[in-house]
Design a protein around this ligand. Structure first.
Ligand SMILES: *Cc1c(COP(=O)(O)O)cnc(C)c1O
Ligand code: SF4
Length: 452
């Protein structure tokens, strides 16, 4: 067995001890400290030592994925925090200012769990979400943190202690009972945070029962995690590395399928020896690895990057699965990519890879009515349009249904689009379905496993 690699976490309080950080300009370090008052910050030694190319900092995409950037705040927001620090504002005053800025960053872009919390005999079961009939999402309480806080992540409020989500815990009515009763469910997706931060005993206590009596209808168990990109030693030299792998093997031997939903944002994350080894070890258990990522300005808004990422994934035996559109929250302005541009990047990369990589779908938005992809841009009857499609919907009949929005080069999310051909509403907005919030504004989104 390989020598154990010990994980070491850095936060806003001690990042200046990182040897590589010592060589950063004072200006960069200062910006991290200011922005770090508002947004969460955490990374580990693997990201520092093996992912970030320090010769290319501050432009290196791995650096921007894990280190706070000045432009995550607007110039006004930045200045107000800066002024408060300078004039040595009281702790209360500073805290108030920070909470105001956090609110401006749209911490809850959706109703998230509260719109989708299922009940059992009238009692809500926290920590699970059942939006699409065949798949139940499980959010275990112990899996709500991560190996590194990705700077674009829409779960940022939970990392700074804003727990409006309720997580599955020992006290909750058991999600196992719910799943047992719902025979239409074929897939259980364990998500977070990152569920792979949980120790072996915890993961096993969620997965092992699903292999037993009463769960014959469960065909697939999925784990949504970024561990392969952020701490691959989990499967190589961590204390329980072999136990995780044995559990994965047991799932596959039981006649069910284990799907590891891996999150990679850039091909650079696929290049380390450790990640390649971890991928091989997981595949050797009969598990499939499916890959997903949002499209992010400054990180991967380039067809060449996606092409190389998908090709490398296939070459390593993984399956490209989803390209997502980033949600409207946190430092969204920094990362956002217009829908039309995202579509063009997807198309150009897709057209340039072998069919084995064309398992990928997207670019996809998780909105209230379902997962919606941008399928094309065209001109129909003299009108320029964006062709959209449901990949997933609350109402299964809508799945695979095509519909049209007016062409809009600037729109960055579904709620900014309006129907094409002079229609007043999209088909799903008529009588049968109305979002709980106002029409077309603020269509909520639900957590996906990035995670995801
Ligand atoms: C994406 C998603 C799923 C899984 O959808 P698949 O298309 O089966 O991968 C399940 N639940 C929610 C809420 C989702 O957003
Ligand atoms: S993207 Fe995933 S791994 Fe990264 S911070 Fe968010 S939940 Fe954690």
């Amino acid at each position: 067995m390989q020598k154990e690699q010990r994980i070491k976490y850095y936060s806003i309080n001690n990042f200046e001890c990182i040897p590589q950080v010592k060589s950063l300009s004072e200006e960069l370090k200062y910006a991290i400290n200011v922005v770090g008052k508002v947004l969460p910050f955490r990374l580990n030694n693997y990201v520092v030592d093996e992912l970030i190319d320090w010769t290319k900092v501050p432009d290196d995409p791995m650096f921007k994925l894990s280190f706070l950037q000045r432009d995550f705040l607007s110039p006004e927001q930045f200045k107000s925090v800066e002024n408060a620090i300078r004039r040595k504002a009281s702790a209360t005053e500073l805290q108030y200012l920070i909470s105001q800025i956090r609110l401006q960053l749209n911490p809850h872009p959706s109703g998230q769990l509260e719109h989708n919390t299922p009940t059992l005999e009238g009692i809500p079961i926290p920590g699970i979400q059942h939006k699409y009939q065949e798949t139940v999402l499980v959010f275990p309480a112990a899996g709500q943190t991560c190996f590194t806080y990705c700077t674009f992540c829409f779960r940022w409020p939970q990392f700074i202690g804003d727990h409006n989500l309720k997580f599955a815990s020992k006290q909750s009515p058991s999600f196992f009972e719910y799943i047992k009763k719902h025979k239409e469910v074929t897939d259980v997706l364990i998500t977070g945070g990152d569920p792979m931060v949980m120790n072996f005993r915890r993961i096993e206590s969620i997965i092992r029962p699903l292999l037993g009596v009463g769960f014959e209808h469960i065909q697939n168990i999925r784990i949504g995690s970024k561990v392969l990109s952020l701490w691959p030693y989990r499967f190589i030299s961590d204390q329980d590395a072999d136990k995780y792998l044995k559990l994965f093997e047991d799932v596959n031997r039981s006649g069910k399928h284990l799907a590891f939903m891996a999150h990679f944002n850039h091909w650079k994350e696929l290049n380390t020896e450790a990640t390649r080894k971890a991928v091989q070890r997981i595949l050797s258990t009969g598990t499939n690895i499916r890959c997903q990522s949002p499209i992010l300005k400054h990180i991967n808004d380039d067809a060449g990057i996606w092409k190389k990422m998908w090709q490398t994934q296939v070459q390593l035996g993984m399956i490209p699965y989803y390209m997502f559109i980033e949600r409207d929250t946190g430092p969204k302005a920094y990362f956002e990519t217009p829908l039309v541009k995202a579509f063009e990047i997807f198309r150009d990369a897709y057209q340039d890879v072998s069919g084995l990589a064309r398992t990928v779908r997207g670019p996809s938005m998780s909105a209230t009515p379902g997962k919606i992809t941008i399928e094309g841009i065209d001109e129909i009857a003299g009108e320029k349009i964006i062709q959209l499609k449901f990949l997933q919907s609350r109402t299964p009949d809508w799945c695979n249904k095509i519909f049209f929005a007016k062409y809009d080069e600037r729109a960055c999310w579904f709620d900014e689009l309006i129907p094409a051909f002079g229609k007043k509403e999209f088909f799903f907005e008529s009588n049968a379905f109305k979002p709980q919030s106002s029409k077309r504004k603020r269509l909520d989104v639900t957590p996906v496993s990035l995670s995801y």
